[in-house]
Ligand binder design. Structure first.
Ligand SMILES: [Zn+2]
Length: 384
């Protein structure tokens, strides 16, 4: 009897334990599921590398990156954002005043203190100064950001309204504390300016001498400020819209200084007037980025489609040195107001693992694009 009683008790306890067991299993399972789901959510939200097409390849501190921005309209122009250590730098603010929103939204993914340490304005054409000039409906970049040092062109011919608005806005920025130097001040190390600025460990910015800093010309493009960034033993060259004679002078002037550059910003948006052989043969660029709206007839006659950006002559010359040519935006031969991303925003980053190119739309080389195949003749160097 006793044995039977014990057995009954045991059975009861066992049954109780069994009836309780699913509750604990369910609770434990629920906790585990919650942990897995929650962990996955936190991982995807904060840690997983996004496949989002907008590029955010933030270089590590002490390194260098140049970001060729798309400008939100069908007009070719320049705006290059540069991250060099802790320094935020803009070279130019084109192409029209309505580009300012696109520029701000991209730059703000990097600039968290609303401050640009350096602003370089190459020359007085609107496709380079519009977003600094602003207008009745668009803020000037000088109003949006606190600019510490502004370096611009010593000479100009322009008397246009956009130039006058640029000067007004620049002078207001100076009144609010910005330092302003011309590129010639920088080259001569005068009036407080410096030829070379150390930006971070192994990263520097050198304002180069352009013949047209102190010689007059009727071509505004030739007044362009020329600047070279150096990260370790790597050089990155920007010559604005400088044309052939100025490029030739630059190549002579820096004959001993120039070595193979990692990056050359295609002169004058890939125009036939720039990126000439004398300069290219000195710098032998490894990568060339063209900031333009490809195929748009804004700057070329309908009778001469090979002169739309990037021009056939430019392609034939650059092909001798590299096939790594990237183009920000694609236009339309039929409609001057149509545009879409070609490579999109092109980012050239220099880090401990070398120089990399990443693009917001795709990484297709110019020579492999449909536009190129339909509109340009393949140079022999690219034919293989
Ligand atoms: Zn231009």
């Amino acid at each position: 009897m006793a044995n039977r009683k014990v057995t009954k008790k045991q059975a009861k306890a066992a049954a109780k334990a069994i009836s309780k067991a699913p509750v604990w299993v369910i609770v434990t399972a629920l906790i585990l599921v919650a942990l897995i789901v929650g962990g996955y959510f936190v991982y995807t939200k904060f840690f997983q590398k996004k496949s989002d097409p907008v590029p955010t390849p933030v270089p590590a501190v002490g390194e260098f990156s140049a970001h060729f921005l798309t400008l939100g309209n069908a007009n070719s122009g320049d705006c290059v954002y540069i991250k060099a250590g802790e320094n935020d730098i803009l070279i130019d603010g084109g192409s029209r005043t309505n580009s300012v929103d696109d520029i701000k939204s991209y730059v703000d993914t990097f600039v968290t203190d609303n401050k640009l340490e350096y602003v370089i304005v190459t020359h007085a054409h609107q496709d380079h100064i519009a977003c600094f000039a602003g207008d009745n409906t668009h803020n000037s970049l000088f109003d949006i950001y606190t600019c510490e040092t502004i370096i611009d062109f010593p000479l100009h011919e322009s008397t246009l309204a956009v130039y006058n608005r640029y000067i007004t806005q620049r002078n207001e920025a100076v009144e609010e504390g910005a330092k302003h130097y011309t590129a010639l001040d920088c080259y001569n190390n005068q009036n407080g300016a410096r030829r070379t600025y150390e930006l971070a460990e192994s990263v520097s910015m050198e304002i180069l001498y352009n013949y047209y800093y102190d010689h007059n010309t009727s071509d505004e493009n030739d007044y362009s400020v020329c600047v070279m960034f150096t990260h370790g033993d790597r050089d990155f060259l920007f010559t604005g819209d400088l044309g052939k004679y100025g490029e030739d002078k630059l190549a002579e002037m820096y004959s001993d200084r120039f070595r193979q550059v990692e990056l050359f910003k295609a002169g004058h948006h890939g125009s036939y007037t720039a990126s000439n052989t004398k300069l290219l043969s000195k710098i032998q660029p490894k990568v060339c980025v063209v900031s333009c709206v490809a195929g748009n007839f804004e700057y070329a006659k309908k009778s001469n489609p090979s002169h739309t950006f990037p021009a056939q002559e430019f392609i034939d010359r650059i092909a001798k040195y590299t096939d790594k040519v990237y183009v920000t935006t694609l236009g339309s031969p039929e409609n001057v107001s149509t545009y879409s991303d070609m490579n999109g925003i092109v980012v050239v980053s220099s880090g401990t693992d070398g120089v990399k190119v990443t693009c917001s739309n795709n990484d297709t080389l110019l020579k492999d694009t449909e536009w190129f195949k339909q509109n340009r003749t393949t140079p022999t160097e690219w034919a293989a």
